[in-house]
Ligand binder design. Structure first.
Ligand code: DHB
Length: 394
């Protein structure tokens, strides 16, 4: 049994865990980062592609090898399509901000490279089996390393940044399921295809045939989604059927078709854990909350949690001041619930449930029209989409 001592043990090498280890190191606080996945799995899993302005700024600021400004694309707006009309929401004129299309796995490639170059103790294929002592000043983790050997990590603080199936959550929240939860009766069928972009900007379309999102990756690869039943078998549709389905939902735009090389079904869930922090342990990112994908808030919200927790940990570990940590949960929850509301609102405005009536459809169109025809409505959407300013004081 090997035992490692560190100041902060971070479970999860996703955007939240990696960014936190980076910020802590800048403040002179050492950490160990553990992840049950291999580096390849982390770097290759397809996730959403939109970064808020503030997320881009912090990735650039922390001096990671981020290629976000060179490989990513700035987007100054989105299109909302409904009732055979196209309406553009212009972000800079409404909010002074933009978003960047830069897929999450690219962020992870950058962050992992930066952490390893900095000599971070970052362990892949490493599982955490138990979390102990969060009510004491010296909590610990027991786990199994990539070679199957047991190990212990003794720390001053433990962070659960380990995603929606977090193993740290029960130690903080009392159980894996102690939270506010909502499931949706639909999902997204996502594809990656080899084709040029069909539109300069992302299209969110509410059509009589259901929702579609036309997103992008680069000049030659595109990402698109259409609403489907959660039980849909991705292999059951031919490429032509997928293209016809997508095209029927964006009647205003001719989609440029090409070979589809990846398909997946994304479940829709909303979840917020009831306890974000207990003693010397706290949760960030998907370990603390899940949002439905509409509006791409997931990773951005994780970054907002990390910015707060970083301040709380610096106060605790550098100045022995526990007060910011005592405010972490309440402060983080305010933004979490705003993002929960925005993701739910975009979802509910753009999708039809199996139970939806004609009244619901007509009401949705009224809601969309209220948003696009009012500067206040467009501004509300643009502020949320580009991201509320990060809170930098706790
Ligand atoms: C993407 C995903 C989203 O959920 C979204 O709202 C916008 C873009 C994407 O994967 O490109």
């Amino acid at each position: 049994m090997t035992t490692t001592r560190t100041r902060v043990a971070i479970v999860g090498a996703g955007p939240a865990g990696l960014l936190l280890s980076h910020l802590l190191e800048q403040a002179g606080i050492d950490s160990v980062v553990l992840d049950s996945r291999t580096r390849d799995e982390i770097e290759q899993t397809i996730r959403a592609g939109i970064l808020e302005q503030g997320t881009v700024d912090i990735l650039a600021e922390v001096g990671t090898t981020s290629r976000v400004h060179t490989t990513g694309h700035r987007h100054d707006g989105i299109e909302l399509h409904f009732a055979d009309e196209a309406h553009r929401i212009d972000f800079p004129s409404l909010t002074g901000r933009s978003v960047w299309l830069y897929p999450q796995h690219e962020v992870l490639i950058d962050l992992i490279a930066a952490r390893l170059a900095a000599g971070q103790d970052l362990r892949f294929s490493t599982t955490v089996d138990s979390v102990e002592g969060v009510d004491t000043a010296s909590p610990s983790l027991q786990g199994t390393d990539a070679e199957g050997q047991p190990f212990t990590i003794e720390a001053e603080f433990i962070v659960g940044a380990d995603g929606s199936r977090s193993v740290v959550r029960p130690a903080v929240a009392g159980s894996a399921t102690n939270g506010f939860f909502r499931e949706y009766p639909f999902a997204w069928f996502g594809i990656l295809c080899e084709a040029p972009p069909s539109s300069d900007e992302l299209i969110y379309s509410n059509s009589a045939n259901g929702f579609a999102l036309i997103s992008q990756r680069n000049e030659t690869v595109q990402r698109m989604y259409f609403q489907c039943d959660p039980e849909t078998d991705t292999a059951a549709l031919s490429e032509e059927q997928i293209w016809d389905e997508l095209q029927s939902r964006v009647p205003n735009t001719e989609l440029k078709r090409g070979p589809i090389f990846q398909r997946d079904v994304l479940r829709f869930r909303s979840f917020v854990v009831k306890e974000l922090r207990k003693g010397r342990a706290a949760l960030v990112g998907d370990a603390a909350h899940t949002v439905p994908p509409t509006g791409a808030k997931g990773m951005n919200l994780a970054v907002a949690d990390v910015i707060l927790l970083n301040q709380a940990l610096q106060a605790l570990l550098l100045r022995n001041d526990e007060r910011p940590l005592d405010r972490y949960a309440e402060t983080a929850q305010k933004r979490i619930w705003k993002a929960q509301h925005f993701s739910w609102w975009m979802t509910s405005m753009l999708h039809l449930s199996p139970e939806s009536t004609e009244f619901d459809q007509m009401r949705q169109l009224g809601e969309l029209r209220s948003v696009v025809e009012s500067e206040a409505g467009r501004t509300y959407l643009a502020e949320a989409y580009t991201g509320w300013p990060f809170q930098t004081e706790l």
